[in-house]
Design a protein around this ligand. Sequence first.
Ligand code: FMN
Length: 316
Amino acid sequence: MLKTAICDLFNIEHPIIQGGMAHVGTAELVSAVSNAGGLGIIGTGFYEPDWVRQQIQLTRQQTNNPFGINIQLASPYVKQVAEVVLKEQVAIVTTGAGNPEPYMPGFKQKGIKVMPVVNNVDLARRLEKAGADAIIAEGMESGGHIGEITTIVLLPQVVDSVRIPVVAAGGIGDGRGLAAALALGAQGIQMGTRFVCSTECIAHPNYKKSILGATSSSTVVTRQILGFPQRSLKNKLTDQFQELEKAGASREELELFDRGRMYLGLVEGDIEDGSLLAGQISGLINEIKPVRVIIEDTVAEAERIIASLNKYCKED
Ligand SMILES: Cc1cc2nc3c(=O)[nH]c(=O)nc-3n(C[C@H](O)[C@H](O)[C@H](O)COP(=O)(O)O)c2cc1C
């Protein structure tokens, strides 16, 4: 069985984390991942503290296994959500879209394990010093908010720069990705887009089908001007967004145009006017599967690959 430092740190069976995902990383998906031996993470997005509390309670009703919560640092409710996490004593926190340093002392004091998502080496180093228990190095192949460096380039550099365990995210969809991440020094993987296309994820069927129909070049990055580059599937919305950006639309105009688009795409299934966050790995995903099958297939494939790689090392 494949076991790493991440399994020990979080007391999980497999080194597979489901990325916190706004709107679709709800109790249904989180509990399914944790029940299958991975680590489910509740995505809090820009949701209000009451919604977050409810999701924590719903998850606890559906699993006794460890799970975590993702705090979106750009949320207007970030402080209140952090308070809910402390009050509800959630054991594991991941953070996205920024620097979580101001919140780390509070979490550490309560013994909460913190694993921030980073997209560059400097932030990884800084957060290790601030007390992070592990780091998620996320490449720009990912769905959602992204940085500028690819996973294959970022990951080994983060691994060389910190002593805490590193988890690879971005562009991973099967056991080949897991084996590659381990070869680059990661202790586990985080997948987002792959888990959207699971039976248990509440994502709208139209959105899931769009991922299944995608190729390696179906995604595009928009919203750079808002300081929030975001990867999603190309559609009418991203075309319009790019036109507005080219025409020099103001920040206010773009924000207004963008409002509510994520919920419209991910949950209501409007695949033209809604935002369909997804990574470049979408091109590899062509089947909706139960979470348990995704996790078990990924681990089994990685184990086979790792066992077979020494064929390249045979002496003449
Ligand atoms: C629909 C969707 C929503 C996401 N929302 C968040 C979020 O709220 N916070 C966060 O830290 N990451 C978010 N992400 C990133 C994922 O947690 C994960 O790191 C990423 O999807 C990994 O790359 P992959 O899509 O290639 O697997 C989101 C990704 C997707 C696809």
